[in-house]
Design a protein around this ligand. Structure first.
Ligand code: FAD
Ligand code: NAD
Length: 481
């Protein structure tokens, strides 16, 4: 047995590295164990998000959107001759961004006094952790006052299309294609399917997305889901709903995917197939049976609202516990747990977690949808504003989509904001702040917004709730479906 820490964190993804850094800032002697390695086998902190999730996907989404925008530069008076994609340079750019950020976490650990331990960690019992170093040196038992489990998640596999990392890939593979596949199949029209499907569609693939559900983006506002489906289809994404994959045959260079759809059993032949049907918590070899930690019926680590497991002084955060699998949700849980260990009583506002889908236009929302309010018998007022009436959106040639604001009819508090449009990911922060401060729609209506900005669309939508929008004809409040 060696080393005593106040806190050992297992996992240095967004949840774990936030927890570790805040623990250290609060004066707790902290170590963070992480097993992820980069393409050269060197330790790479930052978890899924930095290595093969949020960051590389956004690098490719931004680069591919610039290519797409450049194809339309003539509309705004700019001519480019011989527009080309150099995929290898684009991938190098993406890899450089990832390397810079993952090494940045190592620097942050050092600067904040977190002891970083590359390798595998496993909770044995009573806050004892078995650490197997990445350099193959002898395993050690480390002892801590508190342990935070932040192991993250991995893609879900389906037996009808097993990933072979050649022709059938998961999201990580789809971030590393070495050539643009002429025909790309994607199983799952969720967040990953839409984001990565968009990347390869923009770069030239014919993309077919096969989605089992009848409803497109069931978690989003209905109107926004409907409008976005139409826009994505107009961009060339062939999204087939109510389509169940029943098998796949891998040939020498193509995959035949069989599915049951609206027209019975059919097949498509593609050059690459991406499986994006969700993620599951990574809990194998993470804790011993007698550690006291248990799993819930969905395989997530059981925790209470403060992220405490059933084992004393053992916490779990991030993708491995209930709630949306989002980096910022895990980050907030990491901060909350660190401050609890240091004696504070912070909480996470689980009802105000923003969601973003980084397509073009982007989709973002926070709070309730109309359908959720109706299901809970909450009476509400609604204000909407289309970007087609926004001077800034028109000037930028990005005028698709709308803002929708929902306010409780009883007290006017904002209870949901939904955006389909340019920079929705940034705009939604205004709504999160407003809701964090319990703002009413009147509060936002009385707030001054700079002109011309995209944020004015939020202003106009809240003005619309009281029939006072200026740049559109007001309509009676009520459902906007
Ligand atoms: P992870 O990031 O998965 O990190 C866990 C770390 O723990 C990993 O490094 C893992 O190797 C390590 N680990 C696990 N077990 C052990 C062990 N026993 N010992 C040592 N180390 C261990 N979310 C967003 O909010 N916005 C986005 O734009 C977004 N884009 C995404 C795009 C893609 C393609 C994918 C796949 C995901 C995306 N996500 C996004 C989701 C986001 O990446 C996750 O929600 C987030 O990374 C979860 O953080 P985490 O810290 O819980 O786990
Ligand atoms: P998801 O849950 O968002 O979508 C999976 C989709 O696959 C669903 O629509 C589901 O109905 C469908 N599906 C499941 N099984 C199927 C089958 N057999 N055939 C056809 N369709 C099937 O999951 P994801 O897109 O894999 O993303 C995983 C997680 O990563 C999500 O929880 C998401 O929050 C997170 N993520 C977030 C972002 C972001 O915040 N922008 C980006 C990427 C990933």
């Amino acid at each position: 047995m060696s080393e005593e820490y106040d806190v050992i964190v297992i996992g240095a993804g967004p949840a774990g590295y936030h927890a570790a850094i805040r623990c250290s800032q609060l004066g707790l002697r902290t170590a963070c164990i992480d097993k992820s390695v980069d393409m050269n086998g060197a330790p790479a902190y930052g978890g899924t998000c930095l290595n093969w999730g949020c960051i590389p996907s956004k690098a490719l989404l931004d680069a591919s959107q610039k290519f797409e925008d450049a194809k339309r530069f003539e509309d705004i008076g700019i001519t480019i001759a011989d527009l080309q994609v150099d995929l290898s340079a684009m991938m190098n750019h993406k890899n450089d961004v990832v390397a810079s950020l993952t090494s940045g976490i190592a620097g942050l650990f050092k600067g904040n006094g977190v002891v970083d331990l590359p390798g595998h960690g496993r909770l044995v019992k009573d806050c004892m952790v078995e650490y197997v170093p990445a350099d193959a040196s002898e395993p050690e038992i480390l002892v801590a006052e508190n342990v935070i489990l932040a192991p993250g998640s991995v893609p879900v596999d389906i037996s009808v299309a097993p990933v072979d990392s050649n022709l059938i890939e998961d999201s990580t593979g789809a971030l590393n294609f070495t050539a643009v596949p002429p025909r790309l199949g994607v199983i799952g029209a969720g967040v990953i399917g839409l984001e990565l499907g968009s990347v390869w569609n923009r770069l030239g693939s014919n993309v077919i997305v096969l989605e089992a559900l009848e409803e497109f983006l069931p978690m989003a506002d209905r109107r926004i889901a409907r409008d976005s489906l139409r826009i994505f289809q107009s961009q060339g994404l062939d999204i087939r709903l109510d389509t169940k994959v029943i098998g796949s045959k891998v040939g020498s260079s193509t995959v035949v995917v069989d599915y049951e759809g609206k027209n019975g059993t059919e097949s498509i032949e593609v050059d690459k197939l991406v499986v994006a049907v969700g993620r599951r918590p990574l809990v194998s070899n993470l804790f011993s049976e007698d550690s006291g930690v248990s799993l819930d019926e969905d395989g997530f680590i059981s925790v209470d609202e403060n992220c405490r497991t059933k084992a004393q002084n053992v916490f779990a955060i991030g993708d491995a516990v209930r709630g949306p699998m989002l980096a910022h949700k895990g980050m907030e849980e990491g901060i909350m747990v660190a401050e609890q260990i240091a004696g504070g009583q912070p909480t996470v506002a689980y009802d105000r977690i923003p969601s973003v889908i980084y397509t073009n236009p982007e989709i973002a929302w926070v709070g309730s949808t109309e359908q959720e309010l109706a299901e809970n018998s909450v009476e509400f007022n609604v204000g909407t504003f289309p970007f087609a009436a926004s001077g800034r959106a028109l000037a930028a040639n990005e005028n698709q989509g709308m803002v929708k604001v929902l306010a409780d009819a009883k007290n006017d508090r904002i209870v949901g904001v939904h955006v389909l449009g340019p920079h929705a990911s940034e705009l939604i922060a205004q709504a999160v702040i407003a809701m964090e401060f319990d703002a009413s729609s009147e509060d936002l209506a009385l707030t001054m917004f700079a002109h011309p900005t995209l944020g004015e669309a939020i202003h106009e939508a809240v003005l619309g709730i009281s029939g006072q929008a200026i740049h559109m004809v007001n309509r009676k409040s009520g459902s906007s479906k």
